[in-house]
Design a protein around this ligand. Structure first.
Ligand SMILES: Cc1ncc(COP(=O)(O)O)c(C=O)c1O
Length: 417
């Protein structure tokens, strides 16, 4: 039964961010129902959190059983399950020798930066891409009303020339932290970023919160041969349950003993039960393969539609986490608004992260809705496309990459045009 939303109570809270669309109430697999009982299809795996699909039964059962068995929380952040998950991560991820757990990706990336600074004794941290909401992580975004800026942190906009210049000018390099934007930059880019980092004496941190369980089994670094000192993980680690980790070289992780990285809810046990069930269900890359198949189906279908309608838009490039880029962003926004009305809650610029639960019926339904939406969204024509110029704008808007670097790497990351 759909849950009804109270329209009047004696005292109603004002939500700081009330949201504008439907109020979602429950989800199962890739399907999600709102409070009106309407079914939508989620193409984002709940922002990447649940690659096996929402409510994946073995994970839910493991969590509930562990809650009853253990009580859910312990006086200290120690438990056999915690150790077991750490052991599994060390098996799965080549860069992981030692592991520390948190609840969110933001905490994991902040911890990685702290560990790098404590280990090296240096201050400067150069960043590229999204790493979360903490002050140091959002400073490249203008107009975000930031009270504080970390003066020792700077964003290099995925621009290797700028990385080199900033590292030289600022000196005292503790680390470079990069989120692999796999649809814009090929692995050579990340390997080159690692090389420059090491030339300046810094640690190389790969933010695998997005890619860790989605790019490939073993993460981006395993698939591409990058050798980071630290990695961060979260989305998909415990299929929808808040759990994150920083992992890496034992010598660097030892810095955890010299600083304060603790928080209250590290004592919870159930996230580790959820993680073990998730890792069992995903072992060897079975979940990644299902996500890849669904993503490839959606990308091919969308590209056929765009080509047939002569609309300058492209889906690209990595099927488990692909972007859709329009030469005319206005068309893109209209296209996604219409899809949203049809029951596919996405926004232009939001990444497609299909779950392993997505069915052929879900994919076919989405492509039919896309075929209906496209003529209205693109009515009146628009700019003819050069994919690189569209990519320049897209990458600047969504992850603050400089024009020069996108022009250099965009085609190598997956030819759109
Ligand atoms: C690459 C990357 N790093 C860090 C984060 C922050 O994770 P969280 O939202 O769990 O704090 C995200 C979230 O989208 C992310 O994509």
């Amino acid at each position: 039964m759909p849950r009804t939303v109270p329209t009047s109570t004696a005292r109603q809270a004002t939500l700081a961010r009330p949201g504008t669309g439907p109020v979602f109430d429950r989800a199962s697999g890739a399907r999600v129902w709102d409070t009106q009982g309407r079914c939508h299809v989620d193409l984002s795996s709940c922002s990447g959190a649940a690659p096996l699909g929402a409510g994946y039964r073995p994970v839910v059962d493991a969590q509930v059983a562990e809650l009853h068995r253990s009580g859910g929380i312990l006086p200290e952040a120690t438990s056999p399950l915690r150790r077991e998950v750490a052991d599994r991560l060390v098996e799965i991820f080549p860069a992981a020798q030692a592991v520390e757990f948190f609840r969110t990706g933001s905490c994991a990336t902040t911890a990685a930066v702290r560990l790098a600074r404590v280990h090296t004794g240096a201050r400067t941290v150069l960043t590229a891409g999204y790493h979360g909401w903490h002050d140091w992580q959002v400073q490249y975004r203008p107009g975000m009303g930031l009270a504080d800026r970390d003066p020792d942190t700077a964003d290099f906009g995925y621009d290797l020339t700028l990385l080199d210049r900033l590292a030289r000018r600022r000196g005292d390099l503790a680390a470079v932290i990069v989120t692999p934007e796999v649809n814009a930059f090929p692995p050579e880019f990340v390997r080159e970023a690692e090389r420059i980092t090491r030339a300046h004496g810094g640690l190389f941190v790969l933010d695998e919160v997005m890619t860790g369980f989605r790019y490939a089994w073993g993460g981006y670094h395993a698939a591409t041969g990058v050798t980071p000192d630290l990695i961060t993980l979260s989305k998909g680690l415990a299929n929808g349950v808040a759990l994150s980790a920083v992992a890496g070289r034992a010598a660097v992780m030892e810095a955890a003993r010299l600083t304060h990285l603790s928080n209250t809810y590290q004592r919870e046990v159930t996230p580790f039960a959820a993680a073990l069930a998730t890792l069992d269900a995903s072992a060897g890359g079975t979940a990644v393969e299902a996500m890849r198949a669904a993503g490839a189906r959606l990308m091919t279908g969308l590209d056929e539609l765009f080509a047939r309608a002569s609309v300058a838009a492209w889906s690209r490039a990595w099927p488990t986490m692909f972007d859709v880029v329009f030469a005319d962003p206005g068309q893109g926004r209209r296209f996604f608004a219409l899809l949203r009305e049809s029951g596919y809650p996405m926004e232009y610029g939001q990444r497609f992260m299909p779950s392993a639960a997505l069915t052929e019926e879900d994919c076919a339904g989405f492509l039919e809705a896309a075929a209906r939406a496209l003529p209205a969204a693109a009515a009146g024509g628009g700019p003819r496309g050069d994919g690189t110029q569209a990519g320049v704008r897209y990458a600047a808007d969504h992850f603050a990459a400089t024009r020069e670097t996108v022009e250099r790497w965009w085609r190598a990351a997956g030819s759109p045009a």
